[in-house]
Design a protein around this ligand. Structure first.
Ligand SMILES: Nc1ncnc2c1ncn2[C@@H]1O[C@H](COP(=O)(O)OP(=O)(O)O)[C@@H](O)[C@H]1O
Ligand SMILES: O=c1ccn([C@@H]2O[C@H](COP(=O)(O)OP(=O)(O)O)[C@@H](O)[C@H]2O)c(=O)[nH]1
Length: 228
């Protein structure tokens, strides 16, 4: 069975008040145990979520250094990844901080690897695309909406869900520049990596976690990115 990279959006692990969604995290860990098997590797790339945005917004009051602000977001995403590692393995967390470290862990005997961000100027969704490319894995982007819509469904009540979307359409839709803490669903780097390696990518609502299992089993769920 093939290996998978699951991008767990920070929007799934914090509630609207910025508190961790403990029950969701437990349900996600149960899902990982259900789908874990010896002949497949799973990498979970965990977003920064509300924690990242809180630190970045407080720092931004007095800090204009986007790289420094990104680094705060990376640290928050690594803490989130550390929490999931600890919940899954009941061990002190081992979280890679670069693609090279991740690939090294990928060849360890850990069946599930957890990571956060790597470097300023990108998002954890880019980390998930780079990881899927490096490990020839399928990519599942789990977020808090049912897939890719014609526009932001939280702002546009007329937005409609796209079951399939071309990579070039996504490049048009998400071409605006982004700042620390603002990456929304996709950043350009993510899409460029997906395009150049034609990564098998599905965007699903990570709640319920069973949508992630359905995507792993190739069932119709969320939005599939298609290539010319
Ligand atoms: N075309 C679109 N389709 C779906 N969601 C979109 C789109 N454009 C913007 N969004 C927004 O992107 C959000 C998901 O991105 P983000 O908040 O970074 O989530 P995550 O924490 O999962 O990475 C959605 O909740 C939605 O409001
Ligand atoms: O490789 C990375 C990953 C994340 N970030 C920073 O950390 C924040 C939180 O990560 P992300 O936005 O991907 O998390 P999510 O959207 O899932 O909450 C980002 O906005 C960036 O500022 C970064 O600079 N490099």
């Amino acid at each position: 069975m093939g290996s998978f990279v699951i991008k767990l959006g920070g929007s799934l692990i914090f509630d609207e008040n910025g508190a961790l969604k403990a029950e969701y995290l437990r349900a996600f860990v149960r899902l990982l145990r259900d789908v874990e098997s010896r002949d497949r590797k799973i990498v979970v790339v965990v977003g920064g979520g509300a924690a990242a945005r809180s630190y970045i917004s407080v720092a931004r009051d007095v800090c204009r250094n986007e790289s420094a602000l990104d680094q705060l977001g990376i640290l928050a995403s690594r803490l989130n990844a550390s929490l999931l590692f600890t919940m899954y393995y009941d061990l002190p967390p081992v979280i890679p901080s670069s693609l090279e470290e991740l690939v090294r862990l990928y060849h360890s005997n850990l069946p599930v690897i957890f990571t956060g961000g790597f470097q300023p100027g990108q998002s954890t969704t880019t980390v998930s695309a780079l990881t899927a490319e490096a490990t020839k894995s399928q990519l599942i982007i789990a977020t808090n909406v049912d897939g890719v819509y014609t526009s932001d469904p939280r702002r546009d009540p007329n937005a409609t869900l796209l079951r399939k979307v071309s990579i070039d359409q996504l490049l048009d839709m998400f071409s605006q520049p982004q700042k620390a803490g603002e990456y929304r669903l996709f950043d350009m780097m993510t899409l460029q990596v997906i395009k150049r390696s034609k990564i098998n990518t599905v965007v699903v609502n990570g709640n319920p976690p069973d949508n992630i299992r359905r995507a792993m089993e190739g069932l119709s769920v969320g939005t599939t990115i298609v290539f010319p």
